[in-house]
Design a protein around this ligand. Structure first.
Ligand SMILES: Nc1nc2c(ncn2[C@@H]2O[C@H](COP(=O)(O)OP(=O)(O)OP(=O)(O)O)[C@@H](O)[C@H]2O)c(=O)[nH]1
Ligand SMILES: [Mg+2]
Length: 264
């Protein structure tokens, strides 16, 4: 039994239709690999039955947020609540269920077999609009320059962390950060964490009547929605403030300090 306590954390907003089935699928696949599996979901003030759906599932701990704050702060709340549950290994994934069960098995086995601090699920077969691919490419280039190497799928929401290096990352980032995964990817590369990359399948969000994505993806558009344009400007300023400028808090993470794993 490789993992004593595996905790899976998720941010969720209006995912009532798909999230129960997603959790069942994950559990089926990871249960044979862990002594105990539990789920921690941070709910971003859903207006549908997400909270009630989750409260009906035994191994799910729901954390309703005080206000709707968007993906980044909700993901950070989920990470913090998940670490408080005392895991040996923690997996983060978005509550919209865009991954498949067998990739969770592969993720756990990858951490165990490599002894890595973190394993990222690198998404293939995505069908994003052109403007999202451009944005992703630009962020990827910025991170590559700052990190001194290419980091694949820099904002992936599917990640497995050992608790000690995750705690270091969380200590350095404010609770309201809007792009925590970009900060984490960059800090991990700079601080010399042992990071492994696993190619994983990306599927459409689960549930027909969910309220759509943060970016207006339900409608076919030629131009980026205003919400995405605004978000890109805010995110750039945040990247400078938290990760890029001299003295930025995410730059203070030191190699070797986290898990005690030998860095390779
Ligand atoms: N839409 C939305 N999602 C939120 C919010 N807060 C948390 N989330 C969760 O954030 C996760 C990702 O949201 P998405 O809208 O799918 O963002 P995305 O994955 O970048 O976009 P897609 O690639 O189009 O799926 C989901 O698990 C949501 O449930 C919010 O205020 N709005
Ligand atoms: Mg999504």
């Amino acid at each position: 039994m490789p993992v004593a306590h595996l905790v899976i954390v998720m941010p969720a907003y209006n995912e009532a239709e798909g999230i129960g089935g997603f959790i069942d699928e994950i559990r089926d696949h990871v249960a044979p690999l862990a002594g105990k599996v539990s789920f921690v979901v941070a709910d971003d003030r859903s207006t549908d039955a997400t909270v009630a759906t989750l409260q009906a599932i035994d191994d799910v701990d729901v954390h309703p947020q005080a206000a709707n704050r968007g993906h980044g702060p909700t993901a950070l709340a989920a990470y913090r609540a998940g670490l408080a549950a005392g895991p040996d290994l923690l997996i983060h994934v978005d509550g919209d269920g865009q991954f498949v069960g067998p990739d969770f098995t592969r993720l756990v086995l990858a951490v165990e077999s490599t002894g890595a601090d973190v394993v990222h699920g690198v998404r293939h077969s995505r069908t994003d609009a052109w403007y999202r691919r451009v944005l992703t490419g630009c962020v990827g280039m910025l991170v590559a320059v700052a990190a001194g190497r290419r980091v694949p799928d820099v904002n992936t929401p599917l990640r497995a962390y050992r608790p000690a290096p995750l705690q270091e990352l969380l200590d350095a980032v404010p609770a309201d950060a809007s792009i925590p995964h970009v900060h984490f990817s960059l800090a991990e590369a700079r601080a010399g964490f042992t990071v492994r990359y696993l190619s994983v399948r990306s599927i459409p969000r689960r549930g027909e009547s969910t309220s759509g994505t943060m970016w207006g993806g339900g409608v076919k558009r030629m131009l980026p929605p205003q919400r995405l344009r605004k978000f890109a400007v805010t995110a750039l300023a945040e990247a400078w403030q938290l990760s890029l400028r001299p003295g930025a808090p995410l730059r203070s993470i030191r190699p070797q300090a986290a898990s005690g794993n030998p860095r390779r």
